[in-house]
Design a protein around this ligand. Structure first.
Ligand code: WQD
Length: 341
């Protein structure tokens, strides 16, 4: 269905942002990217253009910069915003909490001020299952309470959801949808966009593919003494293209949602252990992986996976891609950026 809606993607050159830009453009949306390129690269915008065959308008600058946002909003007449711009490393946030509060919370408040000033009333927010901490019940549905965040990163996601709630309570004409991602993995099947490796990856799948590519000597599985079938942690690994499609559906539905401040869990609903993922990577790609089990990582949640029923019932969204698709696409992307045949 063609949409002439103009959508701003803050952090649109990032991992989830770039994949969402592709899906939006392919659905006929008019996409504008805003990114400071501190954690992303221009080549991701090139990748979006190559996949879609469309030129993408891109503004370089920080989402915390109110003057910069005013310039962009005065030039472009946005209908909606999808807010991806944020730092996302759990351990970096523990080392540098102020950097995370300044950037992640500061960008949300600056953005909402610009939206109010220019009468843009729809926002889709990139949130995270990390807001739940270690859940009491799994699978996790949206009624699960926020626990004390395990990291400043998680705390910024909780705060941003609260800021949206308070702005809507203050009777602003705002409508918001917070999308709580579980574990985004994989890459676009074209291998033209994917998760950019900046520094040593803290996330599992980039570390797996870099080990497979010989960039890393060995993968360490952080603990196998958890209360799970094989002792390693359990997660809900969702293909980034499935995740991107959920943003399109949320954008199409946001104006009609009963609740002006809605939240959805975005996961497959299937729990997979770390060791199981490693074994399925080896089976799917045929690449022998050098790994060993090491000590637990501080702050890791033992088990978490989504109950995705609400997104299915209200958005009509369901995941289509498998863990094998995610692992294969992640590996194809790794080979592409490393020039491996
Ligand atoms: C997954 C599992 C590790 C690396 C965090 C954020 C979440 C989202 C994704 C941004 C854990 C294990 C990992 C390694 C390992 N952030 N692991 N060896 O911590 O579930 O979620 O990142 O979008 O909001 O909370 O993801 O990929 O870091 O870890 O054994 O080298 O893999 O212990 O059990 P996590 P992760």
């Amino acid at each position: 269905m063609a949409n002439s809606k103009k959508v701003l993607l803050t952090g649109g050159a990032g991992y989830i942002g770039s994949h969402t830009a592709v899906e939006l453009i392919q659905q006929g949306f008019d996409v504008v990217v805003l990114d400071d390129f501190s954690r992303s690269e221009k080549r991701m915008v090139d990748g979006i253009e190559r996949i879609t065959g469309r030129k993408v308008v891109c503004y370089q600058g920080s989402c915390t910069d109110e003057k910069f946002l005013d310039t962009v909003f005065s030039k472009e007449n946005f209908d909606s915003v999808i807010h991806f711009a944020a730092y996302k490393s759990v351990n970096e946030s523990v080392q540098q909490p102020l950097l995370y509060y300044q950037n992640n919370v500061g960008s949300m408040t600056a953005l909402l001020k610009a939206m109010e000033k220019f009468h843009v009333n729809e926002i889709i927010f990139s949130s995270s299952c990390t807001v739940y901490g270690e859940p009491d019940r799994i699978p996790v549905d949206e009624s699960a309470p926020f626990k004390k965040a395990e990291s400043p990163y998680g705390a910024t996601k909780q705060m941003c959801e609260r800021i949206l709630e308070d702005c809507i309570q203050a009777n602003q004409p705002l409508r918001s949808v917070s999308l709580r991602y579980f574990n985004p993995v994989g890459a676009h099947p074209s291998a033209l966009i994917g998760e950019l490796p900046i520094g040593t990856p803290s996330n599992l799948v980039p570390y797996v593919t870099q080990t497979a590519a010989g960039i890393r000597q060995k993968l360490t599985v952080f603990g196998n003494d958890y209360n799970t079938p094989d002792g390693s942690c359990m997660r809900d690994f969702i293909h980034v293209v499935d995740l991107a499609k959920a943003h399109v559906m949320a954008l199409q539905k946001v104006v009609a949602l009963e609740n002006r401040n809605e939240v959805f869990n975005l996961g497959t609903g299937i729990g997979v252990t770390v060791l199981d993922l490693v074994k399925r990577f080896i089976k799917t790609t045929g690449i022998p992986l050098n790994y060993e089990v090491g000590p637990r990582r501080a702050g890791d949640v033992e088990k978490i996976y989504a109950d995705p029923a609400k997104a299915a019932n209200i958005l009509g969204w369901r995941t289509q891609l498998s863990l094998e698709d995610s692992l294969l696409h992640a590996w194809q992307w790794e080979k592409q950026i490393r020039g491996i045949k």
